[in-house]
Design a protein around this ligand. Structure first.
Ligand SMILES: Cc1cc2nc3c(=O)[nH]c(=O)nc-3n(C[C@H](O)[C@H](O)[C@H](O)COP(=O)(O)O)c2cc1C
Length: 487
């Protein structure tokens, strides 16, 4: 562990790897250990409960029946702001809004640092090649009752390389076990790993892949965030941590493998080789993409630390753990993208967890000119952080707190007359996971940009709000607040 200059309570801790992060979280009193829970049912059930509770601890399941003690599963990593802050090197004392600001500031100043290749590392404590490969070695849970199999890749990342441009992508794309040596991976159309994979297939060449579970939390958060196309998450996470990620060179593919990760599966996806994948309980809260054929990875090598940890982040109906931490990160990314596109006077942005942090975006602006609100809404809907599987963007004035769902909906109900306030963008970027699109029509969906600002032309004549000002509110609370207490 490294601590930046300051040693006060707002110190930014930079964790070395997942185990260091677990230790720091344990010191905060936020890690529980559960023994004897089954991979078939208990771990999935417990995770469902944990992910839907605010500030629930991270839980490590150990002594899992059918598996050696020490082979563990970790869930609900980012169920508290402090544990997110710890992963990203932000102050663990910050409030939610402060964290968004801190994260934005970090994104602004972030200088990517490429990884360093090392010859040894904990990931090499156990290496199985060829006939010794057995993906069932690990206690992968059956996460939800209706799942079509065991998904070892949930809180994981798949490492691929662009055959034309040479850059390495790390993306969190689910991975299902088919048999001892074969797994399947689902990547949504348009995602960077899918573009890279297709480039290999278009050349009729196998696509080298490494699946990592139990990566450094900063790297994992990079892998499931909308980092720019062409920028490796390894470099990005190095920049976030202020030091290069250490990687070893994969013995089969030559791909970089994080030296401190818990488990890595290395192999190839071959053009035309597919197998039924899914169904899997998805982040929208449905089984919307059912079971389809998807590419396979023939696993040629398995690497793992002693007493390895699977990091599990199974999707569930939002709002849940993942939607909450992604809301916080994606809101910062979205604001960056909107401002970079030249939209002035953005006051706040929030990707609401109830929409899985994708389907409902709120942007507040101080209106400066005619068309400003529509510009903000359209950019939010179509920029990199907002484009994939969105649905509604609501643009509100600066007096509305975009994080407050009731305020946003009140503004929409009272300032937006539907006939003129809603723009529809057809044929936008969706995915097979979109529950509102019929199975034969998956691929596109539409966006509604709801301009819930006071109409620009007569905003100064708009009825005043029937609510006391902040001073009067404070006075009223002080004087009359006692009336609200139980008798
Ligand atoms: C827990 C979790 C599971 C995810 N599963 C998938 C998945 O199975 N397929 C997919 O395309 N994206 C999935 N995502 C979203 C991607 O990780 C995310 O869009 C990321 O930005 C993709 O990386 P890329 O930008 O390099 O393409 C998941 C995200 C999380 C947090």
């Amino acid at each position: 562990m490294r601590v930046d200059e300051s040693t006060d309570s707002t110190a930014r801790v930079v964790c070395k790897d997942l185990r260091d992060w677990i230790e720091r979280s344990r010191e905060l009193g936020q890690v529980r250990i559960v023994e004897g829970a089954s991979w078939r049912r208990d771990i999935g059930m417990a995770t469902e409960v944990l992910q839907h509770a605010d500030n629930a601890p991270a839980v490590i399941f150990d002594s899992i029946p059918d598996y050696p003690q020490g082979y563990r599963v970790l869930v609900n990593c980012f169920g508290s702001l402090q544990r997110i802050a710890l992963a990203l090197g932000l102050p663990t004392t910050a409030s939610a809004q402060d964290l968004v600001q801190e994260w934005r500031a970090k994104l602004h100043s972030l200088v990517p640092i490429p990884p360093t290749y090392v010859h040894d590392g904990p990931i090499l404590e156990n290496v199985h090649m060829g006939d010794d490969v057995d993906v069932f070695e690990f206690p992968t849970p059956l996460w939800h009752d209706e799942d079509g199999g065991r998904f070892i890749g949930t809180g994981s990342m798949d490492i691929t390389i662009d055959p034309d441009e040479g850059w390495v992508n790390c993306g969190t794309y689910r991975v299902m076990i088919h048999d001892r040596k074969t797994v399947g991976f689902y990547i949504s159309p348009g995602k960077h790993g899918r573009i890279q994979r297709q480039k290999h297939f278009d050349r009729n060449e196998p696509c080298p892949v490494v699946v990592v579970t139990g990566a450094d939390p900063a790297l994992y958060l990079a892998a499931c965030a909308e980092t720019p196309y062409g920028l490796s998450e390894l470099d990005w996470a190095g920049g976030v941590k202020g030091a290069p990620m250490e990687v070893i060179r994969g013995r089969v593919t030559g791909l970089p493998i994080p030296a401190h990760a818990e488990i890595a599966l290395e192999g190839y996806a071959y053009p035309g080789e597919t197998h039924n994948e899914g169904p899997f309980g998805e982040w929208t809260g449905y089984y919307a993409s059912a079971s389809r054929t998807e590419p396979l990875i023939q696993v040629k090598a398995v690497y793992h630390r002693n007493d390895p940890i699977i990091y599990g982040a199974p999707p569930s109906k939002p709002p849940n753990e993942q939607a909450r931490y992604r809301a916080f990160m994606r809101s910062a990314h979205l604001r960056e993208d909107i401002e970079k596109a030249g939209v002035p006077d953005v006051v706040g942005v929030w990707c609401h967890p109830v929409g899985g942090s994708r389907l409902l975006l709120a942007v507040s602006i101080k209106q400066r000119y005619p068309g400003h609100a529509r510009q903000a809404g359209h950019v939010a809907a179509m920029c990199h952080a907002g484009a994939f599987l969105g649905r509604y963007v609501i643009v509100v004035d600066e007096d509305i707190d975009p994080t407050d769902l009731e305020e946003v909906i009140w503004a929409m109900c009272t300032r937006a007359d539907p006939a003129g306030a809603i723009d529809i963008i057809p044929r936008a970027w969706s995915s097979p996971l979109d529950p509102a699109i019929h199975k034969d029509k998956k691929g596109f969906n539409s966006r509604a940009i709801i301009d819930a600002c006071r109409p620009y032309e007569w905003k100064d004549e708009f009825p005043i709000v029937n609510e006391p000002g902040p001073e009067m509110k404070k006075l009223a609370r002080e004087r009359w607040g006692y009336l609200t207490k139980p008798l």
